[in-house]
Design a protein around this ligand. Structure first.
Ligand code: NAD
Length: 253
């Protein structure tokens, strides 16, 4: 029960890694506020979590985290209902497949907005709720990517945004350390989620992924959620500004 009595905000929590992280944290005592664009997905995820933890341990808020008005409304909701939070997991993200030549300026900006600017916006507006008066464990985890460490086919915009996020995490850690807030990033390798589902439906593509991974398989959302929970918890009390690569050994192959 590492998160007993703690409040966690998780963006992009209606599916995949975000949903698995919300489940993990709720199971360990947190009250989790699921944030995402699609209310139905959030309601579904929240109800599955509540059933598993046998108590009301969730709340939901619909917001597009690339829009400052939505993020301000989220901040207002937290102010009115909770007044404080202990944990923030900036997980919302996504990409499109296109080469530099094919990518329009609009697509480029969208990928930066979803993966990088959203983290700036949510952090900027929620920092006041990770207040020093609460004391104890207060922590932010940003979900970056293996693609922030290496190039990948047809995701130049995403690679740039995630590499930016890994260094933005360090800047956040530097600024927030004097206030007792730790900030780290987690970089997943290839994980089976709605984001990667279309690729994984292609058998040749899946085989290539498995061959390029030392552990010879794709990851599961729970395997990333476990590491996110560790980084967020008191167990990682001396870790800030770090990036944890969870890629099944992709980079060593
Ligand atoms: P996913 O599509 O299941 O989850 C992403 C979630 O973010 C979705 O629920 C989506 O609705 C939400 N989202 C997207 N844009 C949003 C916005 N503007 N406002 C609010 N919510 C928004 O995919 P996932 O694989 O679970 O991705 C989670 C994170 O992990 C992402 O940041 C992704 O880049 C990162 N990641 C995933 C993999 C992988 O292989 N699956 C690998 C490396 C990094």
């Amino acid at each position: 029960m590492r998160f007993e009595g703690q409040i966690a905000v998780i963006t992009g929590a209606g599916s995949g890694i975000g949903e698995a992280t919300a489940q993990r944290m709720a199971k360990e005592g947190a009250r989790v506020i699921l944030v995402g664009r699609t209310k139905e997905k959030l309601v579904q995820a929240a109800s599955a979590i509540d059933t598993r933890c046998e108590r009301k341990c969730t709340d939901i808020f619909s917001a597009d985290v690339t829009k400052e008005e939505d993020v301000k409304e989220l901040a207002e909701f937290i102010k009115e209902k909770y007044g404080q939070i202990h944990l923030l997991i900036n997980n919302a993200g996504g990409s499109v497949n296109s080469t530099i030549k094919e990518t329009t300026l609009e697509q480029w900006k969208h990928v930066q907005d979803v993966n990088l600017t959203s983290v700036f916006l949510v952090t900027k507006h929620l920092i006041p709720f990770l207040t020093e008066e609460i004391g104890g464990n207060r922590s932010i985890v940003n979900i970056a990517s293996l693609s922030g460490h290496k190039a990948g086919a047809q995701i130049p915009h995403y690679s740039a945004a995630k590499a930016g996020l890994i260094n933005f995490t360090k800047a956040m850690a530097f600024e927030l350390a004097p206030h007792g807030v730790r900030v780290n990033s987690v970089s997943p390798g290839f994980v089976e989620t709605p984001l990667t589902q279309p690729g994984l439906e292609n058998e040749r593509f899946t085989k290539a992924i498995e061959q390029n991974t030392a552990l010879k398989r794709v990851g599961k959302p729970d395997e990333i959620a476990n590491v996110i929970a560790f980084a967020a918890s008191e167990e990682a009390s001396y870790m800030t500004g770090s990036d944890l690569l969870v890629d099944g050994g992709w980079l060593i192959v």
